[in-house]
Ligand binder design. Structure first.
Ligand code: IMP
Ligand code: MG
Length: 178
């Protein structure tokens, strides 16, 4: 396994290995299976970043459930921008449903704040948030994710779905900028 990788102009060092990532995903999946028992949640996966987390998470979910994918672009380079765009791709009704948002990372919290505002207009019964990574130190808008696989410091990371300039999403491990 490579300890140091380069993407374009930046170097990244190995930070969280696949085995640990997947162990932590299993841990939150088990909590979800227990806490959402008797419900039929609809999982809303935020593309592109959450695709790998979602795949691993959903393999561990034993609830009757549905999965759908939305897209909202907001991030350029290595810092969050404030203007988050609208939701694309939500074709099914979530009225009265138990929604679980599946995110790659909660950084400033801007993306989720806007997404939650938009989803609330569609009158779901409840909205829970599952995120693979949480950077509490980066928060500018208060978000309390219900399910956090791993908390990390305020460093830029790539891999396991997360990108730098569009690259690095396919990496099996998570790497931190040097
Ligand atoms: P927000 O700042 O919480 O709105 O996060 C917006 C989006 O930025 C996330 O969903 C990620 O796709 C992306 N993002 C935030 N932090 C990182 C990072 O460290 N690496 C790669 N993408 C990130
Ligand atoms: Mg994202």
């Amino acid at each position: 396994m490579k300890k140091i990788i380069a993407i374009e102009d930046k170097q990244f060092e190995l930070f969280i290995e696949q085995e640990l990532i997947e162990q932590e995903i299993r841990r939150i999946a088990e909590r979800m299976n227990a806490e959402l028992k008797g419900k039929k949640p609809v999982f809303i996966v935020v593309l592109n970043g959450a695709f790998m987390f979602a795949a691993e998470l959903m393999k561990q979910i034993s609830l009757p459930s549905e999965i759908t994918f939305v897209r909202l672009a907001s991030y350029i380079g290595t810092s969050s921008s404030d203007d988050v765009k609208k939701i694309f791709g939500l074709n099914e009704s979530i009225r009265g449903r138990n929604v679980v948002i599946v995110e790659d990372i909660v950084d400033s919290g801007n993306t989720l704040t806007i997404l939650i505002e938009e989803l609330k207009k569609l009158k779901p019964q409840e909205i829970k948030i599952a995120t693979m990574l949480f950077k509490p130190a980066a928060q500018r808008r208060k978000i309390n994710p219900d399910y956090v696989a791993m908390e990390i410091p305020n460093d830029f990371v790539v891999g396991y779905g997360l990108d730098y300039g569009g690259q690095g999403r396919n990496l099996n491990n998570i790497y931190r900028i040097k």
